[in-house]
Design a protein. Structure first.
Length: 145
């Protein structure tokens, strides 16, 4: 009489652990590609001769004095903020090149991260800090570590 609890032999099937391992690998790769992180936060090189020509004028935000003030600060240091990564990740959503790009449209007016980064960059620039020092301070304050 045959043993009823005996399993039939597998013929050429892929072991279950291979599927589990593959699933874990796919999830790890997807997380690395889609999750924001420091690897994406590469500060761009400031463009030589960059100006504030495209930064929206502060008077456009006359009904929002705090926003108008930040746009004016951005107009004063385009060569600095063109070399700063914007941690609101607008490069993903809007194709922005740098923090300067945020203020060439109304985007900066509605984004606390953009406005805080400009204020910090301006203050540090006024203190005589280098672009590298400003970047380090912004990374420490806003980075996705």
């Amino acid at each position: 009489m045959a043993n009823p609890k005996k399993r039939p032999a597998r013929s050429g099937g892929v072991p279950r652990w291979i599927y589990i391992l593959l699933g874990v690998l796919v999830l790890a790769v997807a997380y690395r590609l889609l999750a924001p992180g420091q690897a994406e936060a590469a500060h761009p090189d400031p463009r030589p001769g960059i100006t504030a020509e495209k930064v929206l004028p502060a008077f456009r935000f006359a009904d929002q004095p705090e926003v108008a003030e930040v746009y004016e600060l951005a107009r004063q240091i385009p060569d600095v903020i063109d070399g700063i990564y914007c941690y609101c990740d607008c490069h993903k959503h809007y194709g922005h090149r740098s923090l300067l790009t945020c203020f060439e449209s109304e985007h900066g007016s509605g984004c606390d991260v953009c406005m805080q980064e400009v204020v910090m960059a301006y203050r540090l620039h006024q203190q005589g800090k280098s672009l590298e020092q400003i970047r380090a301070a912004i990374d420490a304050a806003f980075g996705h570590a």
